[in-house]
Each structure stands twice: as structure tokens, then as C-alpha cells.
Design a protein around this ligand. Sequence first.
Ligand code: GLC
Length: 431
Amino acid sequence: MKKLMLSFLAILSVSISSFAYVPTAENLKSREDFANDRFGIFLHWGIYSLFGQGEWYLNYGLNADEYSKAAKAFYPIDFNAEEWVKAIKDAGAKYICITSRHHDGFSMFDTAYSDYDIVDATPFKRDILKELAEECEKQGIALHFYYSHLDWTRDDYPQGRTGHDTGRDASKADWDSYYSFMNNQLTELLTNYGPIRAIWFDGWWDHDQDATPFNWHLPEQYELIHNLQPGCLVGNNHHQVPFEGEDIQIFERDLPGENHYGLSGQDISTLPLETCNTMNGMWGYKIKDQDYKDTPTLINQLVKTAGLGANLLLNIGPQPNGELPATALSRLKDMGEWLNVYGETIYGTQGSPFPAQTWGTSTRKGDRLFVHVLTPESNAIVLPDNVKISDAKEFVSGKKIKFTKAGDHIVLLPETIPEGIDYVIECKIVG
Ligand code: GLC
């Protein structure tokens, strides 16, 4: 009887541990820090950068063995972690998320579980994640690792709906082998690189059209991560509402609640939110894509994202020589200059108490409401009727701004709205 009882308790504790995830105090602290950050830089870098066609190049009819020969030519002579981190930090970004291994299966770090990695397979032989991790630590910026669940190169990965022409032998699919490979790599990433604030998964959707639901065994994998580093946040770019065990909710390209790209529109959870987007059109370096968003567009995005209570993870595809593209660097510089002045209205803020308006949005810190006028339509800024204020001033100059009441609405009445990206009025909220 006693034995029976014990095994019942064991089963119960297993099911509890896999279903009822309770974040630790360290994890809650990381979530808070993450949410305060509001702005991070995403880096998609791998041997795909050499081809200058984006990170999906292998999927477009290439054979993985032929593709892998690029590793021998990967020698990013200008890579300098200190310069990358400095440029990103000066831009006002508070964290970096870099691809540790993308869908092409190439590891950008020294892994003992495959030779297809930057140290063993390239003449460069430097563990760029290590250099970056040390530099992030030194310059005080948080580090996140992107990790692909799917793999277009390994035979043991059970094939999903992408990467069918790379020459993998589907008959060799072996989930147990692939799953332990991933967990071994995650263990390396969370053991050898200091504190990692988040693991950012991607590729779940490779099996979202399977006839029988594919079991990725995520709860156990998430548990492994949380056991290795309790403060490490788990995020998954699966385009679904967060699963049990996840700590942040990710949106791809769209702002939370929007769906222009067909990947979003899922319910918004109470977890910290992050929306990732590209600076041009592609994640990995693409020679042809010089269509960079201009500075006002990027700042608009940052402000609107903050207005929704979310972080912006803005992507750059580093060049094969190891430099960040000049246009990206110039955008980073512009954003840093803007954030130097307006950071107070972005970092550590909460989302707007009202939905975005045609003229812009707002952010909030305690009783301070920052009204961001992005596209002024007139000098009268009408606030939605749930907002009551007792004071208004220009954020930059501190100059008082008149306001009046029109029915239930407060109307802010700046004398002029100067030309610029974002005219910010700071109000004191009452009630
Ligand atoms: C998509 C793309 C992938 C990219 C990711 C970034 O999932 O497939 O290449 O890394 O978005 O959000």
C-alpha cells in the first residue's frame, strides 16, 4: 500500500512539475528587468551570411553538404565583439539576442556535440558567442540566445514542412537522438557563457501542419533551462499564445494585437511582451536588401511598441566580414541620440492607458503620462476620455502646456508642435 502510495505521489509530482510552472524569484526579477528594457537588438549571423541571401538560403533547393562547404570560407576578419556591443549599447538598446544555431544547423559556438560549428569547421576558429558574452558582461548589457528547434541538416531531426531538398535522410529520423542533442547544446549554452537572460526558440511551426500533433517535449526542455539558470527567460516564436513554462510572449514583425504579416493576432498574455522586426526586410544579411527603414520609422515603431507595453527587438544581419552594415550602424547612432533625450519616456514605462490614436500613443510611469505625438493633425491633442490630468508640460523644455476640457475629453493645446519625429508632452495623471 505504502509503495503504491509512493508511486502515486511520484506520478503526481511529475505531472505537477510539467504542468504547473511556477517561476522562481530570479525568473520574476529577469522578467521585470526585461520588461523595463524596452529595446533590444537581434543579430542573425551564420555561414548563410556569406551567400548574402538571408538565413533561409539553404531551404531554397540547396544541398546541405554543398552548402556546408561555406564553413571553410567563413573568416569574418573584421569581427570585433567590443565594437558591436558598444554600437548597440550606444544605440540605447539594453540587450542583444544572437543566433546560436539557426535552421541551417550550423552552431556559432564551440559545441562538443557536433563538428559543424564555428570553432571546428571554420578557419576562423573563434567562439564568437564567448567573445560576445564576455563583452556583454563587461559593458553591462544582457545577452539572449536564439536557438532553432528545427534543423535542415541533421538526419535525426524528424522532418517538418520546410527544408525538404537539402538531402537529409528521412529514414534516419530519431527524435530521442535529436532531442538529447538539443538539450546538450542548451546545457552548453547555459553553462559556458555566463548569465544568459533568455533562450529564444524558433521553428516550432515546422510541425504545425502535422496530421497528429508533434510532441516537442517542451515542458522538460524548459525545465532544464530553468534548472540550469533560474533567471533565464524562455520565449518561443511559435506564433501561438504562450505555452506552459514560457516567460515572455513573442510577436514576429507585427505589434501585439496586429496582424499584417499573417503570423500574429494571437491573444495577448500577461507575460512580458516582445515584438521582433527587421531593420531592412530580411533577418540574415542580404546583399540585395538595402531597403532600410528610416530613423523616424524605427523610432515610431519603438514608441508604438512601448505604447503597447512591449519591447522592440530590432534585427540587424551582420556582414560576412564581421561588420555590422554601415546603414544599420547609422540607424543605431540615430536611435541612440533620440533615446539620450527621450529614454526616460521609454525605459521602465508601462503601456498606454488608452489605445493608439491617429496622432500617436502614450507611455506611463507612475502618475507620469508621456503623450507621444507622432503624427500631429492639429495643435489640439485630444486624449481619450478615460484620462484625467492635473498638469501638462513639454517633456524636453519643461514649458507648461495649456489644456482644456471638451465634454469628457482633455484637450492638450501646445502653442506649436515643432517639426520632429515625436513631440512628447508630459502630463500628471489624476485618479
Ligand atoms: C522566422 C524566420 C527565421 C527568423 C525568425 C526571426 O521564424 O523563419 O528565419 O529567424 O523569424 O523572428
